[in-house]
Design a protein around this ligand. Structure first.
Ligand code: MN
Length: 292
């Protein structure tokens, strides 16, 4: 096997608010102008680094808005988020849970802090990924997968070294439960100080990691502190991480979708005409109805 080398270790770009509930560092596509397909099939990575929200009766969040042509994947580390969409799907995710929403042909949804968490306030930390869909699936029926921490398969790192929660794809024979349209591996690696772990992922898959907690060394050379994004070159199929403290690392890797991208706001399509269609359908109420 050949080492997958680190292209860059990127500190979090300046944050911006999404609604009033999410204070996110956008690593791509905007934050670091790495190109719309550099991490394909992942189009966007918003990272809400740890923030302490004050208690509030009315939950903070983002009101009703549309999506078409892709999936939003929300991974909770601290705090709790409630979701509702125009297909009647709803759910709450808390630490360790994942919400995998396939917008596909189009949904309206809203994302708010869960009511009890909002009343109590406290630490909040989340990741939202936008996962592109291949052209043939962009107009498929919307769907919703809720993957709770309790039901997620995991791999135990030998020697009490921690565990790998497999959200999607497969790690050392352990399969994730998320259905994906294209090949994707997505893991939360919870690794104890001093432990090393080898991760094998195909050379052509675009691969990165977010250091959610703690700090790691990659391939025994590159230091990646908390809240940093590690971007790998597509030059090998194996790398190691060594925890310099007790750490949590989100690993994302996927087979690139080699199709044109036309992106605007909440829509991710292949052509400009499809974007115009999305706006027109949204304005005509084709995406359904959802109360604010
Ligand atoms: Mn959304």
């Amino acid at each position: 096997m050949k080492t997958k080398t680190v292209q860059q270790v990127l500190p979090p770009p300046a944050p911006h608010m999404v609604g009033d509930g999410f204070r996110v560092h956008n690593f791509f596509p905007g934050g670091y102008n790495m190109g719309q397909k550099r991490m394909s099939p992942f189009f966007l990575l918003d990272y809400n680094a740890k923030i302490d929200f004050s208690p509030r009766e009315t939950p903070r969040g983002v009101g009703v808005h549309p999506h078409r042509g892709f999936e939003t994947v929300t991974i909770a580390y601290q705090g709790a988020v409630a979701h509702h969409d125009s297909y009647g799907h709803s759910g709450v995710i808390r630490a360790g849970d994942v919400q995998w929403m396939t917008a596909a042909s189009g949904v309206l949804h809203k994302e708010y802090h869960e009511a009890e968490y909002s009343k109590q306030g406290g630490l909040f930390q989340m990741v939202q990924l936008w996962v592109n869909l291949p052209a043939k699936d962009k107009m498929s029926t919307p769907k919703y997968q809720s993957i709770t921490a309790g039901e997620m398969n995991h791999y135990d790192i030998p020697g009490n070294g921690g565990r790998v929660d497999v959200i999607a794809g497969e790690f050392n024979g352990v399969k994730g439960s998320a259905f994906t349209f294209t090949p994707i591996h997505l893991y939360n690696v919870r690794i104890n100080k001093g432990t090393s772990l080898t991760i094998n992922l195909p050379e052509n898959y675009n691969t990165g990691m977010v250091v959610i907690e703690g700090g790691i060394k990659v391939n025994e050379s590159a230091d990646a502190p908390q809240d940093n994004f590690v971007l790998f070159k597509n030059d090998g199929d194996t790398f190691t991480i060594t925890a310099t403290e007790d750490s949590v690392v989100l690993v994302l890797s996927g087979e690139p979708i080699d199709e044109p991208i036309a992106a605007y706001g909440p829509f991710l399509m292949n052509t400009h005409e499809e974007l115009e269609q999305a706006f027109s359908d949204f304005n005509r109420g084709v995406f359904g109805y959802l109360e604010d």
